[in-house]
Write a protein that binds this ligand. Structure first.
Ligand SMILES: NC(=O)C1=CN([C@@H]2O[C@H](COP(=O)(O)OP(=O)(O)OC[C@H]3O[C@@H](n4cnc5c(N)ncnc54)[C@H](OP(=O)(O)O)[C@@H]3O)[C@@H](O)[C@H]2O)C=CC1
Ligand SMILES: O=C(OP(=O)(O)O)[C@H](O)COP(=O)(O)O
Length: 337
């Protein structure tokens, strides 16, 4: 049984914590918070041992009537693996603590790639994380791109990928984010950070990316063009992608015209928090022009990295191979719409 601690209990951390509790080979050591807000209170309601991320703030929790199990270093000490889901840059600050307590750590996509031994995507490079001490689960967008490009590369070869990412401005709870009435090239420079980030998983893949931000919170949307090294039909590509467990091909018959209905579908399907762990590829959009593949896909930024974090825990501890881990994670979470 692997004991897993979660440091940073926000959008990503709380979802990873819930996912860990569903794994047959893992137990949650606890979660660390800096303050006794609604998320801390929810953790307590779920019986997750709560640790303070800042030692001097013990009193804040006491005043709020929240009992603490200890401090974050005690959480890390008793964990076989710690998942750092702190805001971008804080993971780097925490690295020395994980090292001093000799605990392997997973970081998220907001951290720099050079912080870690390897960046990680379960379908793309699972085995690269074997025995590593510091692993970065790539960002939501890079996770989505890696899942899509891996089967295309394996089956047809990728000559060049070009992707425009229409990014949500912030998550639903991030009230200070924007834009609220604009359409931004973001970053304005080309390529955006996503292409180089994909190269942390596939060093040799030729990919250019452009990013935008729009006034939406639900999902990101990718407009994808991949020049393949062979010329399958669109039907061939649909069949190939349909076989991928973390790609959901949105059928025309569902009449899902965008992220709003995708999220509604996820809620109707009983998904926790309306999470959509899979890339959502519109089946009708999959088109071939000579060697050029075109498609649209939507990525639920709050949740697609959650199964990847679970798999990365098994990858660093070498307790399962990629296929075993992906199958267990998919089954326990209920992945497959
Ligand atoms: N949201 C997204 O769409 C995605 C985010 N990521 C990446 O995941 C990481 C986390 O992002 P996200 O979950 O969105 O961020 P959030 O801000 O939602 O959650 C992070 C939480 O960490 C807590 N925190 C802040 N400082 C510390 C600290 N010193 N020690 C422990 N906890 C702390 C905060 O909670 P409190 O202070 O209340 O304890 C905060 O809620 C980032 O690297 C991000 O780039 C990756 C994919 C998608
Ligand atoms: O990693 C993400 O997006 P990104 O791949 O566009 O940087 C997450 O959606 C978080 O992005 P944010 O940095 O806009 O919160």
């Amino acid at each position: 049984m692997l004991t897993v601690g979660i440091n940073g209990y926000g959008t990503i951390g709380k979802r990873v914590a819930d996912a860990v509790t569903q794994q047959p080979d893992m137990e949650l050591a606890g979660v660390a918070k800096t303050r006794p807000n609604f998320e801390a209170q929810t953790a307590v309601r779920k019986d997750y041992p709560l640790y303070t991320a800042v030692e001097e703030r013990v009193e804040l929790f006491e005043e709020a009537g929240i009992g603490l199990a200890g401090t974050v270093s005690e959480l890390v000490e008793q964990s076989d693996v710690v998942v750092d889901a702190c805001p971008s840059g804080i993971g780097a600050d925490n690295k020395s603590m994980y090292e001093s307590l000799d605990t392997p750590a997973l970081y998220q996509g907001g951290e720099d790639a050079d912080l870690v031994d390897t960046s990680f995507n379960a379908r793309g490079n699972y085995s690269a994380a074997a025995g590593a001490s510091h692993v970065r689960v790539v960002s939501c967008n890079t996770t989505g791109l890696s899942r899509l490009l891996t089967p295309l590369q394996e089956q047809y070869g990728v000559e060049k990928a070009r992707v425009t990412l229409v990014r949500r401005g912030g998550d639903p709870g991030q009230t200070s984010r924007g834009p609220i009435n604009d359409i931004l090239p973001n970053p304005i420079t080309v390529p955006s950070h996503h292409g180089p980030d994909v190269n942390t998983v596939f060093p040799d893949l030729d990919i250019d990316t452009l990013g935008m931000k729009v006034p939406a919170t639900l999902m990101h949307l990718h407009s994808v063009n991949v020049t393949l090294e062979s010329s399958p039909t669109a039907a061939d590509v649909r069949d190939l992608l349909r076989e991928e467990s973390r790609l959901f091909l949105v059928p025309e018959s569902m009449a899902i015209d965008g992220a709003g209905k995708l999220k509604e579908f996820a809620h109707d399907a009983g998904r926790p928090r309306g999470d959509v762990w899979e890339n959502c590829v519109w089946e009708e959009s999959i088109s071939m022009e000579d060697n050029d593949l075109y498609l649209f896909e939507a990525i639920h930024q709050e949740s697609d990295v959650v199964p990847e974090n679970v798999d990365a825990i098994r990858a660093v501890t070498e307790t399962a191979d990629a296929n075993e881990s992906i199958a267990t994670t998919n089954e326990t979470l209920g992945i497959g719409l």
